[in-house]
Design a protein around this ligand. Structure first.
Ligand SMILES: Nc1nc2c(ncn2[C@@H]2O[C@H](COP(=O)(O)OP(=O)(O)OP(=O)(O)O)[C@@H](O)[C@H]2O)c(=O)[nH]1
Ligand SMILES: [Mg+2]
Length: 333
């Protein structure tokens, strides 16, 4: 990307339409940044570059949780509650898993019937067929575009089963982890990592027969959170119970989000986090770009394959191999 690149007339028109809040233009702009055609690359980069000054005013919230925990149902309830408060809400998904690839959100749309029909809501599924890095980058760019179109709350959903929750935590202001009333045992293993990212934990399905289990789970998670190092000096993650189907606890979650924002803004941590995220994004792009350059180079690729085999057999040490591959690449580019 060239930071000084200019907008061609077509892209300029597209940006103007996005700025005016035209939903079809927004969808088209997102499709452009999701495109993997080299011919779209320049226009997509320029679009994001010129959209940037108009973005950044939205509240960015990440939502993560195990499959079936109730993410989509929560987003339906929370999203319609927010539009009821006059907010404009965009829902994006980061999910590179094959489970969803190929258009995915159909399943979600049946859980988000009301939100889908809401004129002040915009729902966009995860782009299919890309790596986590690719999905994360496009989601970041999509976030900037929906903000440019005037959406003031962006909800980024991901299934908390792999690395995707870290990617989402790195692009939002506040990260909310949804857990099921089953509770306790979820705290084991991989789930611990995700709890450390949480700014708020929401126990879902706190209704009917599950109410008691939800209350118990909330106490367990609260105790577990007390043992973790807080991410911010004046905010410690708390646990809330919600019933999305009965609409209970939704307003409390929103109140928590407001308090979180006020506290972080009062210390400057809010802006600092955003700055750090932007710089980390730059580094992420650089890492990916460099790796792509390396693997696009025929000689380096051959050298890489040769060393992979040697290392697998225990006949070469990875550090020396990496240096040799890089030397070969530098000699050729
Ligand atoms: N009783 C009750 N059931 C709920 C609630 N929220 C979700 N469920 C049910 O839990 C199941 C899973 O809900 P989803 O919203 O699809 O969960 P999800 O986390 O989006 O699932 P994936 O997208 O597959 O990861 C559905 O059968 C919902 O009806 C709730 O507040 N109360
Ligand atoms: Mg879902």
């Amino acid at each position: 990307m060239n930071a000084n690149s200019s907008l061609d007339p077509k892209t300029k028109e597209l940006l103007a339409a996005v700025l005016a809040g035209d939903r079809r233009a927004l969808a088209k702009a997102i499709t452009l940044v999701e495109s993997s055609h080299p011919k779209d690359e320049a226009a997509a980069s320029a679009l994001v570059q010129f959209a940037l000054p108009h973005a950044g005013r939205a509240l960015r919230i990440g939502l993560s949780g195990a499959p079936g925990v109730g993410k989509s149902t929560f987003i339906e309830a929370f999203g319609t509650w927010l539009t009821g408060q006059g907010k404009r809400v965009a829902v994006l998904a980061v999910d590179p898993s094959s489970r969803r690839s190929g258009g995915s959100i159909l399943g979600d749309k049946t859980r988000m019937v009301k939100l889908t029909q809401e004129p002040n809501a915009f729902i966009r599924p995860s782009p299919a067929g890309a790596t986590l890095g690719g999905v994360a980058r496009r989601t970041r760019e999509t976030m900037l575009l929906v903000e440019t179109a005037g959406f003031d709350v962006v909800l980024v959903e991901t299934v908390g089963v792999g690395q995707s929750e870290t990617a989402v935590a790195d692009m939002v202001d506040m990260f909310i982890v949804l857990v099921s009333p089953g509770g306790g045992d979820e705290l084991q293993g991989i789930k611990r990592g995700i709890m450390e990212l949480a700014d708020l934990v929401v126990v879902t399905k706190a209704d009917g027969d599950l109410m008691q289990a939800a209350t118990r789970a909330a106490a367990e998670y609260r105790a577990a959170l007390h043992l973790m190092r807080p991410k911010f000096e004046n905010w410690s993650a708390d646990v809330r119970m919600v019933s999305s189907t009965e609409g209970k606890g939704i307003d409390q979650v929103w109140a928590d989000i407001q308090t979180f924002r006020e506290r972080l803004q009062s210390t400057g941590a809010w802006d600092r986090q955003r700055r750090e995220q932007s710089v980390a994004w730059l580094w992420g792009e650089l890492r990916e770009g460099l790796l792509a350059l390396l693997t696009e180079n025929k000689d380096a690729r051959a050298e890489l394959a040769r060393f992979e085999a040697l290392i697998a057999k225990g006949e070469a040490a990875p550090p020396a191999a990496a240096r040799a591959i890089l030397a070969r690449w530098r000699g050729k580019t």
